[in-house]
Design a protein around this ligand. Structure first.
Ligand SMILES: N[C@@H](CCC(=O)N[C@@H](CS)C(=O)NCC(=O)O)C(=O)O
Length: 197
């Protein structure tokens, strides 16, 4: 099973992290982003959006880190990472959606501006970060893990761009429960890190 991968991408790291925690073997295929390889075959043939990560598993090709987490969890991982009940899946999905929206467009976008020089609206990204982080802080002041009583793919999806938020000038100093949660994830068996985390 191949993951078309970019080391500094938090979206790619979500998948690498979950695979490591769940004991799923991935063959990493590094994609040269600076050379524009993500806009060329084979990536563009599998993902017309020209974005990473892309997972290739036999006849199955998937884009979007959240979709890949769901697929890997259902197909290859212990049930606890994405349990079967509609209530639990709903809890998890709302956080996957938060990862793809407020987190990506908040701390994720602020990092793209500061670290990689993207011409995005930094003030809007910081404002989005400042609106979602207190909500996550409140959730984690009452729960050890984001969605359920145990770690799930929701934690894998949401943590990376929050853990990297300092690279976008967004501080976690005011969020002790978020910091403690990141440390709990770092203490999970099989945890792997990424640059700057
Ligand atoms: N919703 C997608 C977003 C993927 C994404 O934005 N990937 C970035 C790298 S982190 C990318 O490939 N950007 C290139 C582009 O948008 O042209 C996911 O969660 O995987």
């Amino acid at each position: 099973m191949k993951l078309y991968d970019l080391e500094v991408s938090g979206n790619c790291y979500k998948v690498r992290l979950f695979a490591a925690l769940a004991g799923i073997e991935l063959e990493l295929i590094p994609v040269d982003f600076m050379a524009g390889e993500h806009k060329q075959d084979p990536v563009i043939a599998m993902n017309p959006l020209g974005q990473l990560p892309v997972l290739s598993d036999g006849a199955t090709q998937l884009r979007d880190s959240q979709a890949i987490l769901v697929y890997l969890a259902r197909k290859y991982a212990d049930d606890c990472w994405y349990p079967q009940s509609p209530e639990q899946q709903g809890e998890i999905m709302q956080w996957l959606s938060t990862a793809a929206n407020e987190i990506q467009h908040g701390p994720g976008a602020a990092r793209l501006v500061d670290k990689f020089g993207f011409e995005l609206d930094k003030a809007n990204a910081v404002a989005t970060a400042n609106s979602i982080l207190p909500i996550i802080e409140t959730q984690l002041s009452q729960h050890q893990w984001l969605a359920l009583d145990q770690p799930t793919i929701a934690d894998c999806a949401v943590m990376p761009y929050i853990g990297l938020s300092h690279e976008g000038g967004v501080s976690l100093d005011r969020y002790p429960n978020i910091q403690a949660w990141i440390n709990r994830i770092k203490a999970l068996p099989g945890f792997i890190s990424m640059p700057a985390l």
